[in-house]
Design a protein around this ligand. Structure first.
Ligand SMILES: Nc1ncnc2c1ncn2[C@@H]1O[C@H](COP(=O)(O)OP(=O)(O)OP(=O)(O)O)[C@@H](O)[C@H]1O
Ligand SMILES: Nc1ncnc2c1ncn2[C@@H]1O[C@H](COP(=O)(O)OP(=O)(O)OP(=O)(O)O)[C@@H](O)[C@H]1O
Ligand SMILES: [Mg+2]
Ligand SMILES: [Mg+2]
Lengths: 255, 255
C-alpha cells in the first residue's frame, strides 16, 4: 500500500487536478485506489458530481470521531476508484481541535484500519500548511508536490520542504518527498522551461520526467464529473497523466 | 478612504497579481495606496523584492500587538505605494489567537489609526476563509473577488458570498461585495467566455467590465520585483490593469 499526500500551500497549482486524474489512471492500470478529499473547498468531491452541500457525513465527521472512515466512502464512475468526500464543514476542524493533545494523529488513527484494502491512497490537500495538512503528512509515507511552472510557485517550495522535514522528525519518520510534478506547463513561452530547469537543478531525480502540459480539456473536465481519461481520452491532458501514472508505478521497484 | 479585501478561498485565481498591479495603477493615477499582505506565503512581499525570511517585524507582530502597524510599513519602487509585509510566521496567528475574545477585530483595531493617511487600502488575502480573512472582512468596507474564468473557480463563489454575508451581519454592517474581477481570461477557448457569462448572469453589475487576459508577462513579472506597469508597460497585462483601475475609480461616483 502506497500512501501519498498531494500538497503545496501555493494555490491553484493543480493539486486537485492531479489527484483526480493520477488516481483514475492508476485505477485504469488495475490498482485499487482511494482518493481522500482534505480540502474544505471540496473541489475533488464536487468534481465527481457529489452535491457537497447536502452530504450527510464527510471527512469533517471522521475528524470529530462521529463516524468510522469507511462509513463515508463513495464509489466513483471509475472502477476500483473510491472517494472520501469533504465540504466546507471541514474548515471548522482547525479551531475545534486546536487544543486537542493528539490533534496531528487523528487522520492516521481513523484511516489506518482500512488502509490495506488499497494499493494507492492519494490525499488532496488544501492550499495551506495548517492542521489538516499536518494530519495528512503524519499519515502518509510519501509526498508529491504539484508545481505550477511559474515564478510565484517557486517561493513556497522551501517552506513546504521544511515543513515536511519537521513533520518527519517529530511525527512520522517514514515521510519522504518522492515526487515533484511540473503542472500547467505552457510550452509557448520560455517561462515554464526556465522554472522547470531551476527545479530540476535543485531537486534532481525527485522531479518526475513526465510534464503535465497546459490543456484546456483539463480545465473543462470538472463539468463532466469524470476524469480526463473518460472526458477527453485523446487530449494531451489524458496522455500526460497516463504517462505520469506509469512513472509512479515504476517507482515501486525502488521501494 | 476606500478599504478593499481581495479574497477568494480558491487558490491561484490572481488575488496577489491583482492586488499588486491594481494598487500600482491606482498610485499612477495619483492615489495614495497601502497594500497589506495577509498571506503567510508572503507572495506580495516577495514580489516587491523583500527577503521575507529575514523580516524583523511583519504583520505577524502586528496581530500579536508587539509593534504598531506603522512600524512595519515599507516603501516600494512605486511612488505613493506602501507595503505592509508578511511571512510564514503569520500562519501561527490562527492557533495562537483561536481563543481570544475579540480575535476577529484585531486588524481593524491595529490599522484604523493610520487608515485615513491613504486613499486606497488593498488587502491581499490567503486562499482560505479562516481567522486572517475574517479579520480582513471585519476591517474593510468593500470586497473584490478575483475569479479565474475556469470551472473549478465557480464552486467556491457561493460559500464566499455567504461568508461575507455572515461577517456583514455579525461584525461589519458596512461590508459589501462591490466587484468581481474576471482574471486569467483565455480568449483562445470557449471556456473563459462561458464562465464569464455565467458569472455576469448571476452577479450582474457587480462584475467589472474590464477583463484581465491571460498574459505571460504577468506570470514573469514577479521576478522583476516591479508591477506590470514598470516591467512590461506595453503588455496586455498592463493595459488591462490600467483599465481596471479607471473603472474602480469611476465607482467612487456612486459611493
Ligand atoms: N494542465 C492543466 N491545463 C489547464 N488547466 C489546468 C491544468 N491543471 C489545472 N488546471 C486548472 O487550473 C486551476 C487550478 O487547478 P486545481 O484547482 O487543480 O489546483 P489546486 O492546487 O487544487 O487549487 P487549490 O489551491 O485551490 O486547491 C483549475 O481551474 C484547473 O482546472
Ligand atoms: N492574467 C494572468 N496571466 C498569466 N498568468 C497569471 C495571470 N494572473 C495570474 N497569473 C499567474 O497565475 C498564478 C496565480 O496567480 P496568483 O498567485 O496571483 O493567485 P493567488 O490567488 O494570489 O494565489 P494564492 O491562492 O496562492 O494566494 C501565478 O503564477 C501568477 O503569476
Ligand atoms: Mg485543490
Ligand atoms: Mg496570493
Amino acid at each position: 500500500m502506497r500512501s501519498i499526500a498531494l500538497t503545496n500551500q501555493k494555490g491553484g497549482v493543480a493539486k486537485t487536478t492531479t489527484t483526480v486524474n493520477l488516481g483514475a489512471c492508476l485505477s485504469d492500470m488495475g490498482k485499487k485506489v482511494l482518493l481522500v478529499d482534505l480540502d474544505p473547498q471540496g473541489n475533488m468531491s464536487s468534481w465527481f458530481g457529489l452535491d457537497i452541500h447536502s452530504l450527510e457525513k464527510s471527512m469533517y465527521n471522521v475528524f470529530l470521531e462521529e463516524v468510522y472512515f469507511e462509513e463515508i466512502l463513495k464509489d466513483t464512475c471509475v472502477e476500483n476508484l473510491t472517494l472520501a468526500p469533504s465540504n466546507v464543514a471541514l474548515a471548522g476542524v482547525e479551531r475545534i481541535l486546536a487544543n486537542e493533545k493528539e490533534r496531528d494523529l487523528i487522520l492516521r488513527k481513523r484511516i489506518s484500519p482500512v488502509a490495506n484494502n488499497y494499493d494507492y491512497i492519494l490525499l488532496d490537500c488544501p492550499p495551506s500548511l495548517g492542521l489538516i495538512t499536518v494530519n495528512a503528512l503524519t499519515f502518509v509515507k510519501e509526498v508529491f508536490i504539484p508545481l505550477e511552472t511559474k515564478v510565484l510557485a517557486l517561493n513556497g517550495l522551501v517552506t513546504l520542504v521544511n515543513t515536511v522535514q519537521v513533520v518527519k522528525e517529530r511525527l512520522n519518520h517514514k515521510l519522504e518527498v518522492t515526487g515533484i510534478i511540473a503542472c500547467r506547463f505552457d510550452s509557448r513561452t520560455n517561462l515554464s522551461n526556465e522554472v522547470y530547469k531551476q527545479v530540476k537543478d535543485r531537486f534532481h531525480e525527485k522531479v518526475f520526467n513526465t510534464i503535465i502540459r497546459e490543456n484546456v480539456r483539463l480545465a473543462e473536465c470538472p463539468i463532466s464529473a469524470k476524469p480526463i481519461t473518460l472526458y477527453a481520452p485523446e487530449s494531451s491532458g489524458a496522455k500526460d497523466y497516463i504517462e505520469l501514472a506509469k512513472e509512479v508505478v515504476e517507482l515501486e521497484k525502488n521501494m
